[in-house]
Design a binder for this molecule. Structure first.
Ligand SMILES: C[S@@+](CC[C@H](N)C(=O)[O-])C[C@H]1O[C@@H](n2cnc3c(N)ncnc32)[C@H](O)[C@@H]1O
Length: 178
């Protein structure tokens, strides 16, 4: 059985996972406030760390990803779901501290954000899969397919189109490099 950690699990913990949350009124197995210390687990013990609609809530994205990286085994997966910053949901929730785009975790990729290694973290991740969902009308018009199947088009979309052709949610499957 893969060892899965569901961080910020809320009331519906991922089946078969260990759930952690800061809120006792959830399905959490372990109560833990991510912004107040390290995760209460040893290094490299999980095959997968899931954080669904969590990362936009934390104090420090870099530090949180580093903790996910620490507790995941080499070759393990970090699975993140978070709103694209152009979605209505990104800004309507006052508990969202961060408004991210489809390149935000590129920061941790070995090639770095601007072709340089990142300055503020040594954690390294490799993108296994990225799914960007767009608002329904744009999906029907074929934009979602293009954004997900062409890196060039996705860059063009982020630079020039996304304030009109608005994003919805992003799903990142990132491999842990150690
Ligand atoms: C938007 S809910 C998502 C719940 C669940 N993952 C889902 O998709 O249904 C965010 C969850 O993360 C938890 N959370 C937010 N910030 C946290 C933090 N700093 N430490 C631990 N849990 C946190 C909240 O208590 C809440 O249960």
């Amino acid at each position: 059985m893969p060892r899965i950690l569901d961080v910020g699990c809320g009331p519906k913990k991922y089946p078969g996972s260990i759930g952690i949350d800061m809120n006792p009124d959830t399905a959490a197995d372990v109560l833990c406030h991510l912004d107040q210390g390290s995760l209460p687990f040893r290094d490299s013990v999980f095959d997968e760390v899931r954080a669904v609609h969590l990362i936009e809530h934390v104090d420090n994205v870099i530090r949180t990803i580093e903790e996910f990286h620490r507790v995941a085994r080499p070759g393990g997966i970090i699975f993140l779901v978070t709103p694209h910053y152009t979605d209505f949901s990104s800004f309507c929730d006052p508990t969202h501290r961060w408004h991210l785009n489809s390149f935000s975790f590129w920061y941790f990729y070995p090639e770095g954000l601007h072709g340089e290694a990142s300055w503020y973290s040594c954690a390294r991740l490799k993108q296994r899969r990225l799914r960007v969902r767009l608002l329904q009308v744009w999906r029907y018009l074929g934009f979602e397919f293009l954004v997900n199947h062409s890196l060039r088009f996705r860059r063009f979309w982020e630079f020039y189109l996304c304030y009109v052709v608005r994003g919805k949610v992003m799903e990142f499957e990132l491999e842990v490099l150690k």
